[in-house]
Design a protein around this ligand. Structure first.
Ligand SMILES: [Zn+2]
Length: 266
């Protein structure tokens, strides 16, 4: 009898430790990461297969790819996905949305946007009761994200047009989270972004503008559109608006133009 009790207690402790590992966003010890990779090898394989088609992942150095893969795995295990209007959530959908989040926050050590709890995917544009219009995506404060799945995919199908629904909506969630962490920092950044918005608005060329009209809706939309362009047209962004690019680089703690230059050199 005593052996059965000890066996059960050991099992409970191990299960608890396993659970702690799974919900810890920043496991650094190689042995613990190897353990997770072994236990969840099927999930890691799925993530890796899906990421092979992602432009951002292919730009990363091998050790960055390993970190990115781990982060995507972690996010798929710790975000709640809900299919709406009949859409069935697949493991691939989870991986691709989590990869967008990992891409946006790759410069941060706290990359998971912990306040973002639920991600709702729709089979197409959907009606927002809050805005009373059809929308393709919506970020509510920093805790809920709603996306039209086909429009999310379109964002990655064309990776250089500066339009990416997933990054756009997630950047709203990121801003709200940054504001929550340090409102002084985001207030100053917002003032700088506003000045750039006004300058660019006055000097936008009529043909082939880098910023679409929607970017000039308000401060938040300008930030979100800057994020899209930062990831999809970084070299042009850097050449045409070096100061703004530099501000975005500091806000996102990563340098996309440098990544592109590195790839071109090799
Ligand atoms: Zn927006």
């Amino acid at each position: 009898m005593i052996y059965i009790i000890i066996f059960l207690l050991v099992g409970i402790v191990l299960a608890g430790l396993h659970r702690i590992l799974l919900v810890s966003a920043n496991i650094r010890a190689p042995i613990l990461r190897r353990y997770l990779r072994w236990v969840y090898r099927g999930d890691f394989d799925l993530c890796r297969n899906e990421l092979q088609h992602m432009g951002f992942y292919l730009l990363l150095l091998p050790h960055e790819q390993e970190e990115f893969l781990y982060r995507v795995f972690y996010l798929t295990k710790n975000k709640l996905f809900v299919g709406r209007e009949g859409l069935k959530i697949t493991p691939q959908m989870k991986v691709l949305v989590c990869a967008a989040l990992a891409q946006l926050t790759f410069g941060y050590s706290q990359y998971s946007l912990p306040r973002l709890v639920a991600i709702y995917l729709y089979p197409g544009p959907f009606f927002s009761k809050r805005l009373q219009v059809q929308v393709k995506g919506l970020s509510i404060d920093s805790h809920t994200l709603m996306l039209s799945w086909p429009d999310f995919c379109k964002g990655y199908a064309s990776a250089t047009d500066g339009i990416n629904l997933g990054l756009h909506e997630l950047s709203h969630s990121l801003w709200t989270y940054m504001q929550y962490l340090n409102s002084d920092f985001t207030d100053i950044a917002l003032l700088k972004l506003r000045l750039h918005r006004q300058t660019i608005r006055q000097n936008t060329p009529e043909s082939d503008p880098l910023f679409r009209d929607y970017a000039f809706t308000d401060d938040q939309e300008f930030w979100a559109c800057c994020v899209e362009i930062f990831f999809e047209s970084p070299l042009r962004f850097e050449v045409e608006h070096p100061e703004l690019y530099n501000l975005m680089r500091k806000l996102l703690l990563q340098d996309m133009a440098e990544r592109w230059r590195r790839i071109r050199k090799n």
